[in-house]
Design a protein around this ligand. Structure first.
Ligand code: BES
Ligand code: MN
Ligand code: MN
Length: 455
């Protein structure tokens, strides 16, 4: 009760602080924003100091800094490690935002800004949850915060940091709020994340753009070739055509699949929210299964030739595409990357050359539900939301989670509070005020539950 009251009494200030963070344009993928990314790290340093945490550090890496802070009250208390990210996706196309992405506003009971949900808003809930318990003198656990600035571009430097700082990061549980719940009426805990292999393909034809009349029909066109290759990557049943792609994919029993599909999910809502008439995916699987437990391949961007106003009659010299694959257990990102490379190289005709570049990857995750951490999260949702949370398999990726498991030997509790309609990575990203405040409350209960269960 006291917790609720404290959150209520401090609502305005919590939002004001979050807005300060949301105004910082910490786009990690684009070096033009490096200074802003740094500013976001400084903001967190300031906030951790205000929380009177110890060893507050802005740790330099080869890329963007990691912000670390801790409070070790008693070495016999259980230790909770909070992970989150302060970097955001690029905000473009700007013209599709109804209000500017880095000028947060509240509309329809939601906060609108790039990063409102992914992940500034969600990460910041942990600072405020800790503050709440600390002010109420209700902290009987140790806490470590590790907030990074490179999640949206692969977490490469965080991986090195984790491998080299196992002692510093020693904890009993990791908790992350960077995923979504089914709806505000159906709380859920994420127990699966997909992995990722992200590739870039360059098709090279003639050594210059050619007149499409004098050469057209006699010289192969790299855009046509690229389209043909891309068009052949999935068949009409949505099955990926890369040899070996499915070899290691974990198959689920009928019972498991039945459980998965019990999650309240309305296909008509799903379609209407994104304005499509029909879904498409691997034959034989439901939409929930296609997102949660099946791998896929998609083009994320494609370009080449003339795309400005009017027309220009050219055969392009080059064509490009960014292609990503979402992976599931027990696929291994580096193996899938290799299979992809080999496959598209084989598909390239003699008329063109092909270059396949690798971007970042990440491994899929399945969370062990038979742990103290999971139970603490489960009962926190049950208490605060008045409903038992359902386990869900999310389609997104958080690459560092698999590394946490392998290097720190710890399961991560994925207690996110976002909604699909929050439009993360899209224009008009939002985060509900209800979710922000309810999330803070749920996290305080999680911390307390976890501290108790380890007694
Ligand atoms: N928070 C997301 C991942 C996510 C979103 C998980 C929704 C579950 C539900 C994260 O910030 C993200 O966007 N990850 C990237 C991976 C990265 C390597 C670019 C992704 O999934 O595309
Ligand atoms: Mn995120
Ligand atoms: Mn993201």
């Amino acid at each position: 009760m006291k917790t609720k009251q404290f959150i209520k009494d401090n609502k305005e200030r919590f939002l004001k602080e979050l807005f300060e963070l949301l105004k910082i344009q910490s786009v990690s993928a684009d070096s033009a924003y490096n200074k802003e990314v740094d500013k976001a790290a400084d903001f967190l340093v300031k906030q951790f100091n205000l929380l009177k945490l110890d060893n507050v550090e802005k740790i330099k890496t080869e890329g963007h800094p990691i912000v670390y802070a801790e409070k070790i009250l008693d070495k016999d208390f259980p230790t909770i490690l909070v992970y989150g990210h302060y970097d955001v996706q690029p905000a473009d196309p700007y013209e599709l935002w109804e209000s500017p992405p880095f000028e947060p506003i509240i509309k329809n009971k939601k906060i609108y800004a790039r990063g409102a949900c992914d992940d500034k808003g969600q990460m910041y809930m942990h600072l405020k949850a800790y503050e709440t318990l600390n002010e109420l003198d209700d902290v009987s656990f140790n806490i470590k915060f590790m907030i990074e600035g490179e999640e949206e571009c692969g977490s490469d430097n965080l991986e090195k940091f984790v491998i080299n700082n196992k002692e510093k990061l020693k904890a009993d549980v990791i908790v992350i709020s960077d995923t979504s719940i089914v709806s505000n009426y159906t709380p859920s805990i994420t127990i699966g994340l997909r992995g990722l292999s992200y590739m870039e393909v360059e098709l090279i034809g003639p050594n210059r753009d050619l007149h499409s009349g004098t050469y057209g029909g006699a010289v192969d066109n790299p855009i046509n070739v690229l389209c043909k290759i891309i068009g052949s990557l999935k068949d009409k049943n949505g099955i990926v055509q890369i040899p070996g792609f499915y070899d290691k994919v974990k198959e689920y029993s009928d019972g498991d699949r039945y459980e998965m599909n019990k999650v309240p999910f309305d296909l008509d809502d799903f379609k209407s929210h994104i304005d499509i008439n029909e879904v498409f995916g691997e034959k034989g699987f439901s939409t929930l299964e296609r997102i949660g437990i099946r791998p896929t391949i998609d083009v994320n961007g494609i370009w080449g030739g003339y795309t400005n106003e009017g027309s220009k009659t050219v055969l392009p010299s080059k064509a490009f595409a960014k292609i990503s694959m979402r992976l599931v257990s027990n696929q291994i990102s580096s193996e899938i990357t290799k299979l992809f490379k080999k496959h598209v190289q084989n598909l390239c005709p003699k008329s063109c050359k092909i270059i396949v570049k690798e971007h970042h990857g990440g491994e899929p995750v399945i969370v062990n539900t038979n742990t103290l951490g999971y139970k603490a999260a489960y009962f926190a949702f049950k208490k605060v939301w008045g409903k038992e949370p359902v386990p869900t398999f999310d389609g997104g990726s958080i690459p560092i989670v698999a590394l946490f498991k392998n290097e720190l030997k710890l399961d991560s509790i994925l207690m996110g509070f976002g909604l699909d309609e929050d439009a993360i990575h899209s224009p008009n990203e939002s985060f509900g005020l209800f979710n922000f405040f309810k999330g803070i409350e749920t996290i305080t209960v999680f911390y307390k539950n976890f501290a108790k269960q380890n007694d």
